[in-house]
Structure formats: structure tokens, C-alpha cells
Write a new protein. Structure first.
Length: 247
């Protein structure tokens, strides 16, 4: 009787997470399809869409399919938020790697509350640390090097609407990708905009907004960020992957 009671309690406690995991399984196939598509065609299809296509009348079947895709896309966003709040690095990492296809190399850490868009286009190098509540918009690709340190509330954007476009579309391409060099340090509340490369060992001071490339080992600050100094070039530290539990 005691064993049955314990099993019942465990099922009640973990049941919703099991259902949540089962609901996420189709997402792996979804991201695999999109990754393959992007490898064949680098440019964003949305950028090439014509106004006529956007405003054309849709058939009943097509409208229903688009309706389902919209809700599925919304569920993906919702599920990523939920995963980001799971108080276990092991479980979060498993889901990020195996369901959402984030490339996370050895000892990479993502702390809680991360908002990730297009996770299959996100690559995090060995020993790199992503601080809590980061926004990683990888729709046009984010590549983070080794032993990089993100403080809290770092935002990286690789997509934006074109204010010059009559239909306010996102006329972007793979050139909007953001690259962060090895051992770079991004301070709290920093913002990195599309098409930017942060050089090796560079430091972006708290609250800075980076709109242009940052040279290796430069220290930048301000809005927009400007160089104010240089960092020691003899950097040897390696992050070992140790993390704060539950966080």
C-alpha cells in the first residue's frame, strides 16, 4: 500500500513534466527540417517574399495550415520559456541539445531564464557561460567562442524590421549573424545588434549597445559603444563547467 502511494505521489509530481516532454518530441523533427533547409538555402525566405504573396487570398486548407503553424510556433516559444525555468542544468541541457538542437560544447553553461529564438542556429563553445535572463535571438545565427562570459541580461539580436520597407518586413540575411570571440566578456545589460563581431578577449562594459565590430582585446562602453581602452592579451583562464545548482 505504501509503495502504491509513493508511486502515485511521484506520478502526480512528475506527470506534467512527462507530458510536457512528450509534447516537445515533434519539435526535434521541426528543427531538423529547418536546419536542413537553411543549409541548402542561406537567405531568409521571408526577405524574398513579395507584397503580392503576402496579401494574396488564401485557400481554406492553406489558411488552416498557417493557423496550425502559428499556434505550433507559439507553443515552441512557450516551451522554451518553460524549459529555461527548470531548476536543473542537467535537464535543461538535455532538452536544449536533443530537442531544440542547440550546439553546446563541453562545459558550456546556460543559466536560468534564457530566451532563445531559433535555437538550432545557436552555437556555444567550450567553457562559455551564458548569464541569467539572456536573450539570444539566433534567427540569423549566433556563434559564441570558448570561455566566453555573459553577465546577466545580455541581449543579442540578429533580426530586425526594415523601417524603410513599405511592408515593414525583416529584410535580413545570414550577414546579420553575430560572432563572439574566445574569452570575450559581455557585462550586464549589454546589447549586441545584428551583424556584429566581438573580437577575442574583448570587454563590453555594462549597459553598452554595440552596433559595430569590436576589435580583439578592446574595452568598449557607451551608447553606441566606443573603445576606451585595451585588455591584457595574455589570457589563460579556462572555465571548468562548474555551475550554481538550481540556477
Amino acid at each position: 500500500m505504501t509503495e502504491i502511494l509513493l508511486i502515485t505521489v511521484l506520478l502526480l509530481l512528475i506527470g506534467k513534466w512527462l507530458l510536457f516532454l512528450l509534447a516537445m518530441l515533434p519539435m526535434r523533427l521541426y528543427f531538423l527540417i529547418f536546419r536542413r533547409r537553411d543549409n541548402v538555402k542561406k537567405n531568409n525566405n521571408f526577405a524574398n517574399e513579395t507584397p503580392e504573396r503576402k496579401t494574396s487570398k488564401k485557400t481554406g486548407v492553406k489558411s488552416f495550415v498557417l493557423f496550425l503553424l502559428r499556434y505550433f510556433s507559439g507553443y515552441i516559444r512557450y516551451s522554451l520559456f518553460q524549459v529555461s525555468m527548470i531548476p536543473s542544468h542537467t535537464i535543461r541541457d538535455f532538452l536544449y541539445k536533443n530537442i531544440y538542437l542547440v550546439i553546446m560544447e563541453k562545459n558550456a553553461i546556460i543559466y536560468f531564464g534564457a530566451e532563445i529564438r531559433a535555437p538550432y542556429k545557436l552555437k556555444i563553445g567550450k567553457g562559455s557561460i551564458i548569464g541569467d535572463k539572456a536573450i539570444l535571438d539566433a534567427r540569423n545565427g549566433i556563434k559564441i567562442g570558448e570561455n566566453v562570459n555573459f553577465s546577466s541580461n545580455v541581449s543579442i539580436w540578429t533580426e530586425q524590421h526594415d523601417h524603410r520597407d513599405a511592408f515593414f518586413r525583416c529584410n535580413s540575411s545570414s550577414d546579420f549573424r553575430v560572432i563572439i570571440g574566445n574569452r570575450a566578456w559581455l557585462g550586464p545589460n549589454t546589447t549586441i545588434l545584428h551583424g556584429v563581431t566581438i573580437g577575442e578577449g574583448a570587454v563590453v562594459a555594462a549597459g553598452a549597445v554595440v552596433t559595430k565590430d569590436v576589435e580583439p582585446f578592446a574595452i568598449v562602453t557607451g551608447v553606441p559603444a566606443k573603445k576606451i581602452g585595451e585588455r591584457n592579451r595574455n589570457l589563460e583562464y579556462v572555465f571548468d563547467g562548474k555551475f550554481t545548482p538550481f540556477y
